[in-house]
Design a protein. Structure first.
Length: 79
């Protein structure tokens, strides 16, 4: 989706590891992992196309901020 708007998105290794750690922490599978990624990227998907910014770098700090403002706990699998 970002490429269609000419936006280059990159992920740091620590950011990717953080996403995986959260998926494992909440015992999520592929769908849960996708939901985490959507939580992280949702705002940028709507805001960046209308801005002049054409690059987005996702790192652990960015992800942490996005997840702290979300309801990630609703994704947790019931034990």
């Amino acid at each position: 989706m970002f490429e269609l708007d000419g936006i280059k998105i990159t992920f740091s290794e620590d950011g990717l590891n953080y996403i995986v750690d959260k998926a494992l922490e909440f015992k999520l599978g592929a769908r849960g992992l996708r939901s985490i990624c959507e939580l992280i990227l949702n705002d940028a998907m709507f805001e960046l196309p209308s801005s002049k910014r054409k690059k987005l770098h996702i790192d652990k700090n960015y992800i942490s901020k996005k997840l702290s403002n979300s309801s990630l706990s609703i994704l947790k699998v019931a034990s």
